[in-house]
Design a protein around this ligand. Structure first.
Ligand SMILES: Cc1cc2nc3c(=O)[nH]c(=O)nc-3n(C[C@H](O)[C@H](O)[C@H](O)COP(=O)(O)OP(=O)(O)OC[C@H]3O[C@@H](n4cnc5c(N)ncnc54)[C@H](O)[C@@H]3O)c2cc1C
Length: 269
């Protein structure tokens, strides 16, 4: 069992930087998830945790590139008279600062500026990014890790599975629309993966139903969960109230909220 003193979760800050990048490649991973590789000057890009996010800036009204702010003493500053770009949060899934490449993965859903942009993206298109502004460093040395989420959490889950040391004990519980939306999860961890499908689910919250079935091993574990706000809140409540997981050992986030645009929330009490 790990010494709990080495299992502290810490936050680190990064200088805020905005970049205009261009699409290099578009690879559909499933009918519901597309990987877009962006290229540009990423030499000083820093993303220290799988839990990180960047602000993504999308072009408006048929423009070929988004209006980008610059960092100012009191926060980001837009060019005079410019309309703010549409912005959404995305996970830096993979990056290579030498090659100047950054992969984002977009879950495609019914409608929204980010989904519309990603569904039509092609090499050469412009996209802006800002951040990450900081990282939550969750140690890898826990006795076990439980990663929970829907399509929007898959980029972070994939990154965590490539970054954890080989042999680490990990369970993932992923909810996707249907069997066609399942993707490969390459990893050298000791992975136990549970997939659940909305189109086959017996309940309103398939994620909760699947998490309820997961066995939690003894020892010091850490749970990371992200997805739709009410689904993740119910999962966290279940883990804390019914399974005795220490609140300090859960990072739960709303990556979107049904009926709301650009929602982001840390879920706690
Ligand atoms: C920290 C963080 C990291 C994230 N990382 C990723 C990532 O790597 N990949 C990713 O795909 N998403 C990620 N998301 C989620 C993404 O930012 C949201 O899904 C975002 O709302 C999508 O923007 P949009 O313009 O497509 O839709 P919006 O204009 O924001 O929303 C339009 C409508 O669609 C609904 N909606 C939004 N997202 C979904 C969805 N996934 N499924 C069904 N309906 C939805 C909304 O409730 C709203 O009714 C992340 C969110 C956060 C907070």
């Amino acid at each position: 069992m790990q010494n709990p003193s080495t299992l502290e979760v810490v936050r680190v800050r990064h200088p805020l930087k905005f970049r205009l990048l261009r699409v290099a490649r578009v690879v559909p991973l499933s009918p519901a998830l597309v990987r877009i590789t962006l290229a540009g000057d990423l030499s000083d890009f820093v993303s220290a945790s799988f839990d990180d996010h960047i602000k993504v800036f999308f072009p408006r009204d048929g423009a070929d590139h988004p209006v980008m702010p610059t960092p100012g003493p009191d926060g980001p500053v837009l060019p005079e008279g410019a309309t703010r770009a549409e912005m959404r949060d995305y996970t830096p899934c993979r990056f290579d600062t030498d090659a100047g490449e950054l992969d984002l993965e977009f879950a495609l859903h019914e409608a929204g500026p980010a989904t519309a942009w990603a569904a039509n993206a092609k090499p050469g298109d412009y996209l802006g990014i800002g951040g990450p502004r900081g990282s939550l460093m969750i140690p890898s040395g826990f006795d076990w890790h439980l990663l929970i989420g829907d399509e929007t959490a898959l980029p972070a889950i994939q990154r965590r599975l490539t970054e954890l040391p080989p042999g680490t004990r990990v369970a993932v519980v992923v909810e996707v629309a249907n069997r066609a939306a399942r993707i490969a999860l390459p990893t050298e961890t000791d992975l136990y993966a549970i997939w659940c499908y909305r189109d086959e689910a017996q309940s309103e919250n398939p994620l909760l139903e699947a998490v309820d079935e997961v066995w939690l091993p003894p020892g010091n574990g850490y749970v990371w969960a992200a997805g739709e706000a009410s689904a993740i809140r119910a999962v966290r409540t279940h883990l804390v109230n019914d399974r005795g997981v220490d609140k300090k050992r859960i990072r739960a986030s709303a990556y979107w909220r049904r009926g709301a645009q650009a929602a982001h929330e840390t879920i706690d009490d």
